[in-house]
Write a protein that binds this ligand. Sequence first.
Ligand SMILES: [Zn+2]
Length: 566
Amino acid sequence: MTELAADAPVVYRNAKAFTADPDRPWAPAFAVHGGRFLVAGCLEEVQAVAAKAAASGAVAGSGGGVVEEVDLKGNLVLPGVIDAHFHLMGMGESLQRVDLVRARSLEEIQRLVREHAVSHSQSHWVLGKSWLFDAIPGGEPTVAMLDAVVPIRPVLLDANDYHSTWVNSLGLDALGITDSTPDPAGGRIARDASGRATGFLEETAAELAWAHLDRVTTGEGHRQHLRGAIAALHAAGVTTVIDMGLGATSLQTIVAAEADGELDLRVVGHWLMSREGSSATHLAQVSEAVELTRVHTSDRFRMTGIKFIVDGVIDGCTAHVSEPYTTGAMPDPIWDYEALVPVVAAADKAGIQVALHAIGDAAVRAALDAIENAYRENGTGPDRIGPSGSAERRHRIEHIEYCDPADISRFAALGVTASMQPVHADPAIQDNWRAMLGPERSPAGFPAAALVASGARLVLGTDAPTAPYAPLPNLFIATTRRSAMDPSLPANQPKNALPLHDAITYATANAAWSCFAEDRLGSIAPGRHADFFVVDPDVTDSDPDRLLDASVLQTLVGGRTVHRKG
Ligand SMILES: [Zn+2]
């Protein structure tokens, strides 16, 4: 959809706008014209600039010299949130699933799944999300636990980290998984002592299940997921998402929605690299991504690079760590260093962005090493000018949950964006995480403030649907390190809490920078797209707990209202 070129400039007055523009962080008024911010500042200045724009519009015959005015009644205005790590189609799909994150026991999970199966009797699969390992006896789910409540339909429940999934007997059948199916590369089909598949699928084995669901969903079904996601994001104040793992179906759905004028959200995409195959197939995927970045360049949908899932997650003991977990496990990464290095170098050379999911300390180090190697090999990196202009790549590392303190300063030195998700540090979901790393290592978890102090460029996101997508509760966790699910819990390493204004900037202006859009997005400043939202009450002024129940009164994308409360 092209921006609505509203003829008349609109002056928004009586606002309390946090602009995320360091030159002028606060403004009581701003004006929008042609879908972009014209000016932000004091009312007289804004009115004068708007009147001038209206007059030149009248001369050009497109306006009439009129300026509209909107009274924002003293409400807080923020730049539209740019969720820096998101899975758009997955989030839309997850809105239809039963949410198990609050279930604290197997009985509770079974009750919720049974109820959902009854209330969603028209769909073939019974789908759920976000169960926690500590709710399952022994931490290992089985088909029998689900067959006991839903024996006659396939069931699939994704774990809270979305790196593993759990199916019942009919689920295994529907996926074509038998006791003799070999484990896929980088994944595991869990089996009991007698070799029988237990219904628990990890990493690339879970991806096979998701690919199956993707195939059995119709084009219209995908489109509905996208519509649902966009509506929910608007209502929460999100106007752009950086999608960390587009595949063929999601790409197709987003492109079709844009062609139909339905993409009322800005999407920046990274193409998900498959670990399957050899070095040649990996390089072919890079070429494919380069082509996609050439083709998809609009204001609504832009491809910027690729995404690697270098390791797994701490909860499942699949993140790549330099010392064993407390269970004794010490798994290999999904992308071993030898496989990773040439592919990162090829992408860097081709001028596209590389995003590396790296959660364990060994994976974070490998990701930094691979980027450093690419700079050396290609003569690229921050502050370098290549033959065709800037050789600054703004590569990124995603999650960084447990990082060796010695590696923190390397982010700034290498110009690598630190992309973190405060929601993953919610104290309500930390018990198993801490138990797996142990008391020595877990205090170093989620080092947000340490990264900022080292000079790294931090960006915030939610990684929805692995965590709730709403940005204000995410900012609450960022600024308090307390739980958005249970605020009474003790804070999670409050030394890593971020000042709220800074956290907002990391979720807007910094996120725009991270996808090369700082001149177009992320702040309320002249020339930027008029993406913003109105919040009640003023959460910047009061108790941070108000972030948990604040309302998004209105959201605008390109100057056009896409959400209005009530
Ligand atoms: Zn993700």
